[in-house]
Design a protein around this ligand. Structure first.
Ligand code: SAH
Ligand code: SF4
Ligand code: F3S
Length: 478
C-alpha cells in the first residue's frame, strides 16, 4: 500500500485538502490575505505555488487561518466523482465565514473549475470566482472584477502556457523536497480520464528555465526535486530561435548534472513513452532516484484496449522486465482501476496476476468512476455493479499489501542511501527520510552528526506497513 505513515508521498492524487501558507516573515508585508487548499495530484499542489507567487506580486499574503482570509481558494480535482463531492462539501463549510464577512471572495481553481466552468456558479451559489489551470495569470484582474459582488470566470485553455517565468512560492515546504513542473496537459485520451479535458493539450516548458529553477532550489538548500507532468516521458521542447530540441532523457541528465547532492525524481510515466534512453540515464546517475511510477490500469489486454492505453498486457510486462534488467534495484509502483466497463472476473484475474509479475512496491488503487464527457462515458456502459467493483478493489489491495510486505522483507539487511527530510513523526530522537526507491526509513539519530538534508547510509532492520526501521551506518559527504 501507499506509504502513509510518514506522509512523504510524492504522487498521490487522493491527497485531500491540505491548507498551505508561505513563511510568516514574508507574510507580514501584506495587508490582504489568501487561504488556499489543494486537492488531487502533485500538479495541483505545484500549481498552488504558482498561484501564490502571482498573488504575492499583487499584494496578497498567504494564511493558514481561513477566518482571516479576504480570498479563499480551493484548487480542485475532478478525477473521480468522490473527489468532486469532497470539494462541494468543503464549499458549503465556507458559508458561515461568508456570512460573518460578506466581503470574502471564494474561488474555485483547477480541474473542477475547468470541467464545470460557469455552471459551477449556479450550482454552488457561494462561489464568486472560477479559474481554470491555464488562466492563473488573470487571477488578479478577476479578483478585481469580483469587487462589488460580481462573479468572474476564466477557463480558457492554452496551447502555450507553462508558467515558465514564474518562480513558485514554496508553500508549507520542508525546505528539502520541491516539485518542479516540466510540462502541462495530456494528449493521450485514455477513455476513462477527464484530464485531457481539464488540462488541455500537452506542452513542454523551456528546459533552461527548468534547470535554472532546480539550480536555485539547490542553492536555497533543497536536496530533492520532482519533475512533474501528466506524461513526463513525452517531454519535448524545441527552442524557438535555435530550433534545438530536448527530450526527457536529456532533460533528466541536465537536471542530474546540477549537483550530485540534488536528487531527481519524476512523475508520471506513461508505459508507452518511457524509453531505454531514460532508463540508461537513470542508471548512469546515482542522484536520479531508482523509482518509476508506471500506471498499468488493468492487466487485461481487452480492457486496456477499451481504455485506449495503447499497450497490451505482454508489452507492459516486457517494459517492466526491461526496467529490472537495466536497474535491478529499481522500485516500481502503479495506478490500478478496478471494475472498468465490461470487466469480467477473468480480466480482473489478469490484473491480479500482472501485479504479481510486476512485483509492485506499492500501488494507488481505485474503482472506476464514470466521468461525464469522457470517451468511456460516451461509448461504454458503466456496467460493473458497485459491489463487484468494491470487492475487486479489495482483492487488488490485498495483493498489493502482500507485495509491499514482500518488498519490505527483501530490503532487510541491506544498506540504503537515505536523504533525511526531518524528525520522524513519533520521536525527535529519530530521523525520517526516503531511500532512492522512495521508501520511508526511520532510524535513531544516535551519535552521528547528521541533519535535515544530509545523505546517510542506513541498514534496514525491520518494517511496519509503510515504514522501514533502520540503523544509521555512516553520514555521506555530498
Ligand atoms: N497522467 C497519469 C495519471 C493521472 S490520473 C498517468 O497517465 O499515469 C491518476 C490515476 O487516476 C490514473 O492513473 C487512474 O488510475 C486513475 N483514474 C483516472 N480516471 C479515473 C476514473 N474515471 N475512475 C477511476 N480512476 C481513475
Ligand atoms: Fe489521463 Fe491517460 Fe493522460 Fe494519464 S495519460 S492523464 S490517465 S489521459
Ligand atoms: Fe485531479 Fe486534475 Fe490532477 S483531475 S488528478 S487535479 S490533473
Amino acid at each position: 500500500m501507499v506509504a502513509e505513515q510518514e506522509k512523504l508521498t510524492l504522487h498521490n492524487e487522493s491527497r485531500q485538502g491540505e491548507a498551505f501558507a508561505g513563511s510568516t516573515t514574508d507574510n507580514q508585508l501584506f495587508t490582504k490575505k489568501f487561504y488556499i487548499e489543494s486537492y488531487g495530484c502533485a500538479m495541483n499542489f505545484s500549481d498552488s505555488e504558482i498561484v501564490a507567487s502571482i498573488l504575492n506580486e499583487h499584494g496578497f499574503g498567504s494564511t493558514k487561518i481561513v477566518e482571516e482570509a479576504n480570498l479563499i481558494l480551493l484548487n480542485t480535482c475532478s478525477i473521480r466523482e468522490k473527489a468532486e463531492a469532497t470539494i462541494r462539501k468543503r464549499l458549503t463549510e465556507f458559508k458561515k465565514i461568508k456570512k460573518a464577512n460578506p466581503g470574502t471572495v471564494v474561488g474555485v481553481l483547477g480541474c473542477m473549475a475547468e470541467r464545470l466552468k460557469a455552471s459551477l456558479l449556479e450550482q454552488e451559489k457561494l462561489v464568486d470566482l472560477v479559474v481554470g489551470p491555464d488562466a492563473y495569470r488573470t487571477l488578479p484582474a478577476l479578483i478585481e472584477e469580483t469587487n462589488g459582488g460580481h462573479k468572474a470566470v476564466n477557463v480558457l485553455l492554452s496551447r502555450e502556457e507553462t508558467y515558465a517565468d514564474i518562480s513558485p512560492v514554496r508553500l508549507n515546504s520542508n525546505g528539502i523536497n520541491a516539485f518542479v513542473s516540466i510540462m502541462r496537459g495530456c494528449n493521450n485520451m485514455c477513455s476513462f480520464c477527464v484530464v485531457p479535458f481539464t488540462r488541455g493539450r500537452e506542452r513542454s516548458r523551456d528546459n533552461v528555465s527548468i534547470v535554472q529553477e532546480c539550480q536555485q532550489l539547490f542553492n536555497d538548500g533543497y536536496r530533492e526535486v520532482t519533475l512533474l507532468g501528466q506524461n513526463v516521458d513525452s517531454y519535448y521542447y524545441t527552442h524557438p530561435t535555435t530550433n534545438q530540441s530536448v527530450n526527457f532523457a536529456q532533460l533528466l541528465e541536465q537536471v542530474a548534472q546540477i549537483a550530485p547532492g540534488l536528487r531527481v525524481r519524476f512523475s508520471t510515466s506513461h508505459p508507452k513513452d518511457i524509453t531505454d534512453d531514460v532508463l540508461f540515464t537513470m542508471r548512469k546517475y546515482n542522484n536520479i532516484c531508482k523509482y518509476i511510477h508506471l500506471p498499468v490500469q488493468s492487466g487485461s489486454t481487452r480492457v486496456l484496449q477499451l481504455m485506449n492505453r495503447t499497450y497490451t498486457r505482454e508489452w507492459y510486462m516486457k517494459k517492466v522486465e526491461r526496467i529490472y534488467e537495466i536497474m535491478p534495484e529499481c522500485s516500481i509502483s502503479a495506478d490500478i482501476i478496478a471494475g472498468f466497463c465490461t470487466e469480467t472476473e477473468e480480466d480482473h484475474a489478469d490484473t491480479l496476476s500482472i501485479m504479481q509479475s510486476s512485483r509492485y512496491d506499492y500501488s494507488y488503487m481505485f474503482y472506476y468512476s464514470e466521468r461525464p464527457g469522457t470517451l468511456a462515458a460516451k461509448r461504454y456502459t458503466d456496467d460493473v455493479p458497485l459491489e463487484t467493483k468494491k470487492r475487486r478493489l479489495a482483492e487488488i489491495i490485498e495483493v498489493q499489501n502482500k507485495l509491499s510486505q514482500e518488498s519490505n522483507k527483501r530490503d532487510i539487511g541491506k544498506i540504503f542511501e537515505v536523504l533525511i527530510e526531518g524528525d520522524s513523526k513519533r520521536s525527535s530522537e529519530q530521523w525520517a527520510g526516503r531511500t532512492s526507491q522512495n521508501k520511508v526509513m526511520v532510524f535513531d539519530k544516535a551519535n552521528f552528526t547528521a541533519s535535515k538534508g544530509s545523505y546517510v547510509l542506513v541498514k534496514a532492520i525491520n518494517y511496519t506497513q509503510g515504514t522501514i526501521m533502520g540503523e544509521m551506518v555512516e553520514v555521506l559527504n555530498y
